[in-house]
Design a protein around this ligand. Structure first.
Ligand SMILES: [Zn+2]
Length: 299
């Protein structure tokens, strides 16, 4: 009998729930997130979706649940340590108990960007290297790092995963995190608000550029430059061989990659050669695959 796992990737915009068997997402559900409504209010909705997925695919017993969470997490104690404008009630929610009471299966929880990095490392564009940085562009910008085959977590569980909050403009826009001029404050979906009339996400921005909107083209070019600066900073910090870019915006990888590669290769100090910059091919499954991998392998 093959082992089955449930992976939940709790995003700011969407919640992805996957049924995973032998390192493959064999079934998935994607539902709108209610990050502002909180984690306590979201769990019953997630539970119903998990149960429906198990029932639809006739999985009578399964081997664990992994949760990729958008905040700082201590996976050893299974505690959420800090949030930033997403699921801000999470520190008061006992998620391990929720799992125990409803399914009584093994549980694993870690930061969402970190789990996306494990997904890319084991199943995606990071296969074949042990020195990898993953940057996921979504509602915010998540990053994570693997150095010499070790997933970076750090003393306070924040190593590698705050790359969205490195300053690219030290006197720049105020960020949600308390810092100013963060990568995320210039290159995430939330940062698009108010920059081009009526446009609130990257799909809208790409559509406007395609329709000849010059202002949208300027904002998009600015995002490319900001992402490139962020990637150079991450390369200088972590010395990767490969950088994988993730998030829904990577549907436009053909437009994004040539510009970003050229710019990063021109600016990064890497005398040994060029960092390979790739787009995710996991179609949003990186977090689900990563968190179920960690659950199974105890990484
Ligand atoms: Zn910030």
């Amino acid at each position: 009998m093959n082992s089955h796992y449930i992976g939940i990737d709790l995003g700011g915009t969407r919640v992805k729930i996957g049924l995973v068997r032998e390192g493959k997402v064999v079934a998935r559900k994607v539902i709108p997130a209610d990050a502002a409504g909180g984690l306590g209010a979201s769990l019953p909705v997630v539970r119903a979706e998990v149960d429906e997925l198990l029932e639809t695919y006739r999985v009578d017993s399964f081997d664990g649940i992994g949760l990729a969470f958008p905040g700082l997490v201590d996976p050893a104690s299974q505690r959420i340590l800090s949030t930033n404008k997403k699921y801000d009630d999470a520190l008061r929610v006992d998620v391990p108990r929720w799992v125990r009471e409803h399914w009584n299966v093994p549980f694993f929880i870690d930061n969402d960007a970190r789990m996306a990095a494990v997904g890319e490392w084991k199943y995606g564009e990071g296969r074949g290297t042990d020195d990898l940085v993953v940057m996921t562009i979504g509602t915010g910008i998540g990053t994570s790092t693997i150095i010499g085959g070790r997933l970076l977590r750090g003393r306070h569980f924040q190593a590698g995963c705050l790359g969205g909050h490195i300053s690219v403009q030290y006197e720049g826009r105020e960020c949600t995190c308390g810092n100013s001029g963060c990568l995320e404050a210039y290159g995430s979906t939330w940062s698009l608000a108010g920059r081009v009339e009526g446009i609130t996400d990257f799909e809208g921005l790409f559509d406007a550029v395609a329709a000849g909107n010059a202002q949208a083209a300027d904002v998009l070019r600015d995002c490319y430059d900001v992402w490139s600066a962020g990637i150079v900073n991450l390369i200088h910090a972590y010395d990767p061989e490969v950088v994988v870019l993730g998030g829904g915006v990577m549907h436009h990888a053909e437009a994004i990659l040539p510009y970003v590669r050229e710019k990063v290769h021109r600016h990064a100090w890497t005398p040994w050669g060029k960092v390979s910059i790739r787009a995710t091919q996991l179609h949003g499954d990186a977090g689900v695959l990563g968190v179920t991998h960690c659950l199974k392998e105890h990484i």
